[in-house]
Write a protein that binds this ligand. Sequence first.
Ligand code: ACO
Length: 397
Amino acid sequence: DVVDVRSLVQQGLFTYDPGFVSTAACESKITFIDGTNGVLLHRGYPIEQLAQHSDYLETCYLLIHGELPSNEELGHFKSMVKNHTMVHEQLNHFFNGFRRDAHPMAIMCGVVGALSAFYHDTMDSTDEKHREIAAFRLIAKMPTLAAMCYKYSIGQPFMYPRNDLDYAANFLYMMFGTPCEEFVVNPILAKAMDKIFLLHADHEQNASTSTVRLAGSSGANVFACIASGIAALWGPAHGGANEAVLSMLMEIEDESRIPEFIERAKDKDDSFRLMGFGHRVYKNFDPRAKVMKESCDQVLQELGLEDDPLFKIARRLEQIALEDPYFVERKLYPNVDFYSGIILRAIGIPVSMFTVIFAMARTVGWYSHWNEMVSTDYRIGRPRQLYTGHTKRDYPG
Ligand code: ACO
């Protein structure tokens, strides 16, 4: 009963760890984070070096296979991803069943989960070939489905993928192209988009990745597992942060109101926090934020948006927070979401699509963790609980 479990906790025979702050649920060789020193390594490679020398698809290969590809391996990987960019025509009917004003993450949960119904015959997780084809399908189809969500919301026709374009450029084409006129993708924006994908590709056992592992531990279909990751990512405490940054910038509205919001962020009686500042794991700096800031500067310059009022508020906020003792003492630096939100907004991506883009990028991380788990001996995940309800009692009468 209740008392017995508490005594087990006291004896150290049972751990009670809300939020899993100090409990590892698995072993993993994929990603290493040292939050104190601002280190993020994928298969041993620092994220800054990957951002400088690699691209998203090569990083996908690295996360899945554990090593960087040779030129030949990379060529094969990229062409396999291109082979799978189209989605089954019948999936269009799924979109038509949703309200046009539905949140795109709600639609993504549905359509990605629905992929399990299309590929149920190649879903033996003990078969390496089946797992490999699932990886190609997921990485290739996520941008197509994401762009379809956007097109559906604005009532425009879906754009078929263009396999002559790189991964990020193809996504921008499917988002902003129309059948009526030629659409030329700006290479600087495509590069910034690719960086956003690369910097969000994996982040070890966060809430959504742990959800994918837990769902997968029951032997569930990989597409259904990825849909569970999308659901977990949707929340504002996880993937929704860059959306919250933009909402905050719009609420501030004018540079003159910044001090008022800074004071609110410091006030312990006010629940308001400066969105895009601070991180649960990175307590000195987020290595991804530095790369993202450079990319952000390039995009704003390319688009001539440096004087846009919203972006000026962001710049001023960043400056004040970096100088204000409250933020400095607590090491509350702008995080990756602060800059990614600004870049996405500048590119013209609607705020409601921000988390979808995070989900697209993180799909490879979710897949890699699922693949790592099902490739070895694993047990179904089954957390314990500390029961604090009634002891046994009799039904009245
Ligand atoms: N604005 C104002 N004060 C803050 C902020 C903030 N954004 N973040 C933390 N603080 C303060 C806390 O009030 C606390 O102050 P105190 O010591 O006087 O009590 C101190 O800094 C430490 O904060 P914690 O809440 O202990 O930090 P924690 O690690 O629990 O939270 C979190 C991290 C959730 C990210 C927090 O910084 C936050 O809410 N930031 C804003 C939301 C955000 O940007 N989230 C995205 C994170 S990045 C990602 O998920 C990819």
